[in-house]
Ligand binder design. Structure first.
Ligand code: ADP
Length: 502
């Protein structure tokens, strides 16, 4: 079994920490051995990134982007191989494993292509002889902390724009997906990017915390709300540092009385069960109008009873395993909570029968859909807290779309959501009033594209550490004004005369 290292200052280093193993959640098989980062490797990586910052920012955008174009080609060339590694490490079915890599090269393509696009604005001045511009400067060293569920795409959401904008990077992959981290570091190594510009330290939350505490200028984080809020509070108390965090959601789909139910059911199944419900945008609430409730319920329940759960490398599988035992424990805990809170259980495949677990996969982390109906009440925790699994509540509503939107918004989170309706007024009402950062009409609430901003409102996010909008977190804006006259003339009628005593 292969043993791997950290990548610091252009070198592979073993570090001082113990080793940990990456496990295939579908089989329990060990995939590789990786070093646990400690404060010492994180410190070296941050020092290397600071050392490299000056030389890197001196390069042109176009020259920096050349390294990213190499990565783009490597991601395409190693698509099949890396897609399979994604599936083996995090259990997503194979089309999702490969899509993760595709999304990564889309992001790299966007960031590298953007190097040749105009940056900033030319702004008119009150004074004809002044030229005013909005320019951007890199912030310096950016710490990137990423989760396991998009182990290739999210790191590039963080790092691609960040590097092209002239920052250097210290990245910690998730502890569940270190092999993906290793391959990405190999790709950077292959580009001969200057030493210290890209650094990767493997490890757990303590290594992440050491990045947050270290001499970095910006922290980008995608992961749980608990950790994200802790990081943003900590960074707020450190003047000069900033952060952008993208956290979870308790996302919903609204199905109105005017819905096309084929679209509604299809969107709901995709949103609730893709990635076994472990996307930050997965939908755990389906808010359905009373006129179409029974028909929607019966069709959704039929599919939830029959979606295929199995070997994620098999192309006929819809849902793979969940990532680890702690996810199973959390899923069961919330299923029990829903029961205690009065849920009427409609589908209970939470514990799969032995016959449903694919041969040779008994050591995997298997669950199936858990679907229930419940009367809406603002105090129900099962309707407010994120489970991160195939745990789905059906909530019936009466009245107009505003009532559905009220229920939809009655959560602390605000990441993603969708409305299904053939009535454009209902759709537009939801578009304008839904409290979410990513919003869809007649579609699943999953499936973001990199050229759109990605991030949430309320408890789901602070800033956007992802996709094109990350540029705000990793650059500083300068309002730059140049005088083309030999006289000084001020705006707002301010006198430029220097008056002296006679
Ligand atoms: P998830 O529930 O998706 O695993 P986490 O928030 O636990 O989300 O993890 C996301 C990333 O944050 C991982 O890389 C993890 O190692 C890292 N992490 C966990 N705890 C901390 C912490 N206290 N400080 C910084 N990073 C952390």
């Amino acid at each position: 079994m292969a043993e791997y290292d950290h990548y610091v200052d252009g070198e592979w280093v073993a570090g001082a920490g113990e080793d940990f193993e990456s496990e295939n959640p579908a089989t329990g098989e060990t995939l590789g051995t990786f070093p646990q980062g400690t404060a010492s490797e994180v410190e070296s990586a941050i020092a290397a990134a600071n050392e490299a910052a000056e030389g890197w920012r001196d390069l042109s955008y176009i020259d920096r982007a050349e390294y990213l174009w190499d990565i783009y080609h490597e991601l395409r060339d190693r698509h099949e191989e890396l897609g399979e590694v994604v599936t083996k490490e995090c259990g997503k079915e194979i089309s999702e494993g490969k899509a993760d890599v595709t999304e990564a090269w889309h992001m790299v393509e966007w960031a590298a292509g953007n190097a040749r696009h105009p940056h900033g604005d030319i702004v008119p001045s009150e004074i004809a002889s002044k030229d005013a511009y909005m320019r951007r400067k890199p912030r310096g060293v950016v710490g990137c902390i990423t989760p396991w569920n998009f182990p290739v795409a999210i790191p590039f959401w963080h790092m691609a724009v960040t590097l092209v904008e002239g920052n250097t990077v210290v990245w910690k992959p998730a502890e569940q997906t270190p092999w993906c981290g290793q391959i990405i570091a190999e790709m950077f190594d292959d580009t001969d990017i200057p030493d210290g510009v890209f650094n990767m330290v493997q490890g757990f939350g303590d290594a992440g915390a050491a990045i947050v505490e270290g001499d970095v200028d910006t922290v980008l984080f995608t992961g749980s709300a608990e950790v994200g809020h802790e990081i943003s509070q900590q960074v707020a108390s450190d003047p000069g540092k900033n952060t952008a965090c993208e956290m979870g959601g308790k996302n919903a789909i609204v199905v109105t009385e005017e819905a096309d139910l084929d679209i509604a059911v299809h969107s709901a199944v995709m949103s609730s069960f893709k990635t076994t419900g472990q996307r930050c945008v997965s939908s755990e609430r389906l808010i359905v109008h009373t006129d179409v409730y029974e028909e929607f319920k019966s069709r959704f329940v039929d599919l939830a009873e029959s979606v295929s759960v199995g070997d994620p490398l098999d192309e006929d599988t819809f849902m793979g395993p969940v990532v680890d035992e702690s996810q199973i424990e959390k899923f069961h805990r919330y299923n029990d909570l829903a029961r205690q809170e009065g849920a009427e259980v409609l589908v209970d495949r939470a514990e799969l029968d032995d016959g449903e677990i694919p041969a040779g996969h008994a050591e995997g982390h298997w669950v199936g859909p858990f679907v229930y109906e419940i009367d809406y009440d603002t105090d129900l925790r099962c309707l407010k807290e994120e489970v991160f699994g195939p745990h789905v509540a059906l909530v019936e509503y009466e009245g107009d779309v505003d009532r559905a939107i009220e229920i939809h918004n009655d959560v602390p989170y605000g990441l993603a959501g969708a409305v299904v309706s053939e009535d454009y007024r209902q759709i537009n009402r939801y578009r304008d009033r839904g409290e979410v950062g990513l919003s869809y009409g007649n579609l699943p609430c999953i499936g973001a594209e990199v050229q759109l901003p990605f991030g949430g409102v309320k408890k789901s996010g602070e800033g956007a550490p992802s996709a094109r909008e990350v540029i705000e977190a990793v650059t500083e804006r300068t309002a730059w004004t140049l005088n083309n006259s030999s006289d000084i003339e001020m705006a707002q009628g301010l006198s430029a005369d220097i008056k002296t005593e006679e």
